[in-house]
Design a protein around this ligand. Structure first.
Ligand code: KIV
Length: 280
């Protein structure tokens, strides 16, 4: 594991060295500290924040201020990993000037190293190019783009037929030409990821896009079993923290009710002399 701070060029070079890139999301200081110290290559403060932390039904309501609040917390816990902030819906869709301004806030105020932008239509490509030209590294995101899931017909696998697959490949190539340093492919068939990965110089990151990509990203609440409302097919749960937190909570309730907690080891004592002076 590299000991120094990881950089964007380090991530890009991992593709040529055939080293898999590992990315997880985080939304607060303690989780960022744990996964940073465990050796993750990059941390994404995803707008999945809306679902798994803020309890919204989709990522659409997430605001710039909510994202910034969490990026700042994650930044305080991130010493080594590359930190990427996910641009929320409508923060990069109105004008190029506003998009650069918002991306700049993630870097200047949030302390992020890069931003992520969903989509690959002509307008988004022009926006990505302008943000990169302003000196801000951009990660692209194609396939299932949750911010526009309603246009895609819901949270469905994308690029299953040749025509749609070609469209995604062309968008990936356009994003690379616009200057993206990496592209997330979400919920696309393994074969399409393989083709895109072979055609691009920059790394592809799979989020439910199979094993051919240059790296993987998962929402941390999904992989830790902390978000039971919906578990996508592609998620592997490496722990079941919902069960563990629920068990610990029930033990606590029981012990408080039974007078078992706090025990002697959790109590602060007073010297007997001082107790006597109290005279009570
Ligand atoms: O918002 C998010 O967490 C994401 C990842 C799932 C790629 O965009």
């Amino acid at each position: 594991m590299q000991k120094n701070k990881m950089t964007i060029p380090d991530l890009v070079q991992m593709k040529s060295k055939a080293e898999k890139i590992t990315i997880l999301t985080a939304y607060d200081f303690p989780m960022a500290s744990i996964i940073d110290q465990a050796g993750i290559d990059a941390i994404l403060v995803g707008d999945s924040l809306g679902n798994v932390v803020l309890g919204y039904e989709s990522t659409v309501p997430v605001t710039m201020e909510e994202m910034l609040h969490h990026i700042k917390a994650v930044k305080r816990g991130t010493k080594r990993a590359v930190l990427i902030g996910d641009m929320p819906f409508m923060s990069f869709n109105i004008s190029i000037e506003e998009s650069i301004f918002n991306a700049g806030r993630f870097i200047k105020e949030g302390g992020a190293d890069a931003v992520k932008v969903e989509g690959g239509n002509g307008k988004t490509i022009a926006t990505v190019k302008a943000i990169v030209e302003a000196g801000i590294p951009v990660m692209g995101h194609l396939g299932l783009t949750p911010q526009t899931a309603c246009i895609l017909g819901g949270y469905k696998v994308q690029g299953k037929n040749a025509e749609k697959a070609k469209e995604i490949l062309q968008q990936a190539q356009a994003l690379e030409s616009a200057g993206c340093f990496s592209i997330v492919l979400e919920c696309v068939p393994d074969k399409l990821s393989e083709v895109v990965t072979q055609k691009l110089k920059v790394p592809t990151i799979s989020c439910g896009a199979g094993s051919a990509c240059d790296g993987q990203v998962l929402v941390i609440h999904d992989m830790l079993g902390m978000y039971e409302h919906f578990v996508p097919k592609f998620v592997k749960q490496y722990a079941n923290l919902t069960k563990e937190i629920s068990r610990a909570t029930q033990d606590y309730i029981q012990e408080v009710r039974q007078g078992k907690y706090p025990g002697q080891e959790h109590i602060f004592n007073m010297d007997q002399e001082e107790v006597e002076k109290l005279g009570c």
